[in-house]
Structure formats: structure tokens, C-alpha cells
Design a protein around this ligand. Structure first.
Ligand SMILES: NC(=O)c1ccc[n+]([C@@H]2O[C@H](COP(=O)([O-])OP(=O)(O)OC[C@H]3O[C@@H](n4cnc5c(N)ncnc54)[C@H](O)[C@@H]3O)[C@@H](O)[C@H]2O)c1
Length: 361
């Protein structure tokens, strides 16, 4: 089912903030077009139709799927809707990108993986929107790790210090039941990158965190928002690598929204995401020998909210679709990243170490 040089026809389910980021990036890529959008919210539909003249609008994705001639579908709806929508798209056999987190729980991710197997089509690309791995400095750091620059990787630390969650349609992101919790919703990106650096499976997690500053006085339909806004998460990997995530969502005064450090037997590598730099410090060269390299964005990148990563994600997915190659960001990657986030959330609630295997019983 590879599509060679055909002009790819996209349908978008969910045209809120992220759906529109996808639309903007697809508009900047040759040989593809967004022909239909489906959103249950009229203002979201109107905003995306402003971007794409001529796209057909739907309020029900099933009508879009059954009436439109599509090649690729993007699901960019709230997290708790992903499983049902993905099931419907998988039935059609179309290529699909489902936004991160794949689902809000490990159980639902496993159901999605089952459904993919049951509806298998040769050459169908099913891709999860974990695009942080395509951010230029992160991609450069990953390539240095793969080249062996730091020797045997031992420690990975990722810091995200940023602004609070933005407002979303119907405030879906204010509740753990809709998002899977901050450590699933937001941090699945970082557990994905951490796993790629560790090159191993996470086996256990210990975390401390809380909702200390943000959204404390927000209630919706009488329910108070319950979103964690800071945490430290420690992850043990099967191969002995140790990972740590340091998350603060009330740190607007931070020069870099994300920083990654990797320490191995030969060197320390760092990625400073907002400054778009990496540092390479070989142990033999000491502190004065640390090399700082500015990482240029690849040509043609549309920055959007994610430093060009969504654009590069689409190029990579389209290459897979056109050449009949498998997805590079799989449902299994989606599951792995949700599992660490869910384990971290459970660790915070129950104040104990959580084995990843507990989530698969
Ligand atoms: N990959 C990333 O970096 C990244 C960044 C932001 C958001 N996201 C993900 O994208 C998804 C959407 O987030 P957002 O920030 O765009 O939220 P949003 O609230 O801005 O938009 C969601 C849209 O989905 C629509 N919707 C809800 N149920 C629907 C249904 N059944 N059918 C069609 N439309 C429906 C809503 O009306 C809304 O317009 C979430 O899963 C989020 O985690 C990913």
C-alpha cells in the first residue's frame, strides 16, 4: 500500500491547537493536501478552515471517514478520546498519525495495539506523535549517543522547566481522568527520548510530585482541577542506565524550556533545546575542553510550537508511507512512554517504588 509520488490526501480529526499545527506544517510540504477536517467544536472547525480553503468540514469523524477519499488521517483530539477514534480509523485501513499520549493508560494502549494487529494491512503506517525526538538539538544528541561519543551511557537527566498548561477546549486538560495525568500527558515525550538514549526498557520508577502552584483555584462543573505541576521521577532501565526527569510547570523564568544531559563512560553530552545547542565534554579534556555547538534547523522547517519537530515528523512519516517502510514511532513506543508516566503517577499517589511489570497484569 505504498503510495509512491501520489499527492497525499489528509483528513484531520480534532482541529484545536495541535490539529492546526499539523495543518500548518502540511501546508508547507509539497505533494500533500488537507482535504477534510472533523471537529465536534464549531469554533475549532472555523479556525482551521481559515487555514485551508476548500477543506470539507464534519462534526462527526465517521461521516468524514465514510464519505471522503483519504490516504492519511491525523487524530489530534483530547487524550481520552484517542482509543475509540483510533479504532475507527484502523478499521478503514488508512495510514494514521495519532497524537501522544497514545492513550491515557497502559490497558488502553494494549487495546490499541491489539486492534492494529486485528486490522493489519501490509504497508499501513501507524505513527504516534512523539515528535520531540525530531527537535534538532535532541536529534543531534541522539545521533552522538548512537555514534558512541559518550561511551557506555550510564545516566540520563531531562529537565523541563516551563509555563503552566494552556487553556484547552472544554478544559479537558485540567483533569487526570482525561489526560492520564501530567506525567503521561506531557512527559510521555521525555520518557520516549529517555528510552531512546538508554536503549533499554524501563523496569521500575520512583517519583515525588504534587499540584502545588497551578490551577489550585480552578473548578469546572463543581470539580477541582487535579493536575500535577511539579515532579522528580527516577527511572531504572533493564541495562542499568538510570534516568531522571525534573519537571516544573511554574518556571516561566527559565532560559531553556528543556535540557537533556547524558553521562557515559567517556563523556558528558548536553542538549539545550531553546538555545538549540549541544555540548560535548570528553572526560579526557576536562571542563576547559567542553565543546559547544549551535545546531541549525534543517532547511524548510516550520517552527510552530515544537521547534520544527512536527514538520520533520511529517516528512519522516511521508517517507515511510511512500516507500512502504514501517513506522519509526510505533504503537509500542507509545505504550512504553505511557507506561513510565503511569508508573510515575502511581508512585506519587502511593508513595512507593512501582515496577513497570505491575501495569501489565
Ligand atoms: N505532540 C505534541 O507535542 C502535542 C502538543 C500539544 C498537544 N498534543 C496532543 O494533541 C491532542 C489535542 O490537543 P490540543 O492541544 O490540540 O487540544 P485542543 O483542546 O486545543 O483541541 C482538541 C480539539 O479536539 C476536538 N474534539 C474533541 N473530541 C472530538 C471528537 N470526538 N471528534 C473530533 N474532534 C474532537 C475539540 O473540539 C478540540 O477542537 C492531545 O492528545 C494532546 O495531548 C500533542
Amino acid at each position: 500500500m505504498s503510495l509512491g509520488n501520489k499527492k497525499l490526501r489528509y483528513g484531520i480529526i480534532g482541529s484545536g491547537m495541535m490539529g492546526r499545527e499539523h495543518i500548518r506544517n502540511l501546508l508547507a510540504i509539497d505533494n500533500c493536501e488537507v482535504v477534510a477536517i472533523s471537529d465536534t467544536n464549531a469554533p475549532s472547525r472555523a479556525k482551521s478552515v481559515e487555514l485551508i480553503n476548500g477543506a470539507v468540514q464534519f462534526s462527526d469523524h465517521r461521516e468524514m471517514l465514510s464519505t471522503q477519499d483519504l490516504d492519511v488521517v491525523i487524530i489530534a483530539t483530547p487524550n481520552h478520546t484517542h482509543l475509540d477514534l483510533l479504532n475507527d480509523v484502523l478499521e478503514t485501513g488508512l495510514h494514521v498519525l495519532v497524537e501522544k499520549p497514545l492513550c491515557t493508560t497502559v490497558d488502553d494502549c494494549l487495546l490499541a495495539i491489539d486492534r492494529d494487529r486485528q486490522t493489519h494491512r501490509d504497508g499501513r503506517v501507524v505513527w504516534v506523535g512523539l515528535e520531540y525526538r525530531y527537535m534538532a538539538p535532541t536529534a543531534r544528541l541522539l545521533s552522538e549517543v548512537n555514534l558512541g561519543t559518550c561511551g557506555k551511557v550510564q545516566m540520563v537527566a531531562i529537565r523541563e522547566h516551563r509555563f503552566p498548561f494552556l487553556e484547552k477546549i472544554d478544559n479537558w486538560n485540567r483533569f487526570t481522568s482525561n489526560t492520564g495525568g501530567t506525567l503521561v500527558e506531557k512527559c510521555c515525550h521525555f520518557f520516549d527520548v529517555m528510552g531512546l538514549i538508554a536503549q533499554s526498557r524501563a523496569v521500575r520508577v520512583f517519583a515525588s510530585g504534587d499540584q502545588d502552584v497551578n490551577h489550585l483555584d480552578e473548578t469546572y462543573d463543581g470539580k477541582r482541577s487535579d493536575i500535577l505541576d511539579n515532579a522528580f521521577v527516577i527511572v531504572d532501565y533493564q541495562n542499568g542506565v538510570r534516568g531522571m526527569l525534573d519537571l516544573s510547570m511554574f518556571a516561566e523564568g527559565s532560559k531553556n524550556e528543556q535540557e537533556i544531559s547524558v553521562v557515559g563512560s567517556n563523556a558528558k553530552l548536553e542538549a539545550l533545546i531553546t538555545e538549540s545547542k549541544i555540548r560535548i565534554g570528553l572526560r579526557v579534556n576536562g571542563a576547559t575542553g567542553v565543546e559547544e555547538i549551535v545546531v541549525e534547523q534543517p532547511r524548510g522547517v516550520v517552527a510552530g510550537f515544537h521547534a520544527g519537530a512536527s514538520y520533520l515528523e511529517h516528512l519522516a512519516m511521508q517517507r515511510a508511507i511512500r516507500t512502504g517502510q514501517p513506522s519509526l514511532v510505533t504503537l509500542q513506543d507509545g505504550l512504553n512512554s505511557v507506561a513510565v508516566g503511569q508508573a510515575a503517577h502511581l508512585s506519587i499517589v502511593q508513595k512507593r517504588v512501582v515496577e513497570i511489570s505491575e501495569l501489565f497484569i
